[in-house]
Design a protein around this ligand. Structure first.
Ligand SMILES: [Cu+2]
Length: 278
């Protein structure tokens, strides 16, 4: 009977390993089984796989150890058990090894983190050139404010002024963020009410929107495609429906979209008729 329990307890980790082995072909890993849609996303996936490999090694090792102990314990023998409680060397080993692994992860991920979040890092995009919109989360939608297509931010003060004071030529949309594909873009994230979270799974972007703060979020969508944007912070009864899309388009399509938006928003049907007569 002891052997049965030994095999029973070893059966489940083996099932777990088999599930891990087939998971890539079953698309159980990343969202929708899609690879990262941005260069930074690929590096974040690299970190994820590195940690997964470490976990796999540790898990396999400890399960083999556990299996061995269970198997030996299930044997009928006169041999006396070996007690390790209070073993100084074992305590040192299992403190130093995990500490070393954690230190390695902490150092190894610093570059990616710096590129993602540290504003004076050389890879962090210049917000004056890359700002495409301000995104305001609110219960339960995403409101987008674009600067007029010809507006340029020459200085930091220009950008701050624009962020603080909506302008009469700004363009608006809801739940539909357009960006040029293949370029670094920055949006400025804020919230009108409670805390929300700007989450674009395929681009591996997640940033909380915090009341009272305007937070720059940058990303680069490699493929021209539509990406699902979700709220990842339980923000009220309608949290589930706080879905939108980020649509990366070619530069021409993007420019045309903004032109169209401008036309839809400002054309009153009268002034353009006058223009036609000119
Ligand atoms: Cu929300």
């Amino acid at each position: 009977m002891k052997k049965f329990w030994c095999l029973f307890f070893m059966f489940w980790p083996i099932i777990g390993l088999i599930a891990c082995a087939i998971s890539p072909s079953m698309n159980w890993g990343f969202p929708y089984g899609l690879p990262a849609g941005s260069p930074l996303g690929e590096r974040i996936d690299g970190l994820y796989y590195m940690i997964l490999a470490l976990v796999l090694i540790v898990f396999t090792g400890t399960q083999i150890g556990l299996g061995y102990v269970l198997w030996r314990g299930s044997e009928e023998t006169d041999e006396r058990a070996w007690y390790t409680h209070g073993s100084h060397s074992l305590e040192v080993i299992w403190s130093i090894v995990p500490a070393g692994i954690l230190l390695f992860i902490a150092l190894y991920q610093m570059d990616v983190w710096a590129e993602y979040r540290i504003q004076d890092n050389k890879n962090f995009p210049n917000q004056l050139e890359t700002t495409v919109a301000e995104v305001t989360a609110r219960q339960f939608e995403w409101r987008i404010r674009y600067p007029a297509p010809d507006r340029k931010f020459a200085t930091r003060a220009d950008l701050v002024t624009w962020l603080r004071n909506p302008q009469s030529d700004d363009l608006y949309s809801v739940n539909d963020i357009r960006v040029p594909a293949g370029k670094k873009v920055t949006i400025h994230l804020r919230t009108e009410d409670v805390q929300h979270s700007f989450f674009v799974p395929v681009l591996r972007i997640k940033q909380d929107a915090v009341p009272g703060k305007v937070i720059p979020v940058w990303f680069e969508a490699t493929r021209a495609d539509q990406y699902e944007l979700l709220c990842a912070e339980l923000c009220g009864w309608g949290h589930y429906k706080m879905k939108a899309r980020v649509w990366a388009q070619s530069q021409e399509e993007y420019d045309a979209y903004l032109k169209q938006l401008q036309h839809d928003q400002f054309d009153d049907g009268v002034s353009s008729a006058e223009n036609d007569e000119d």
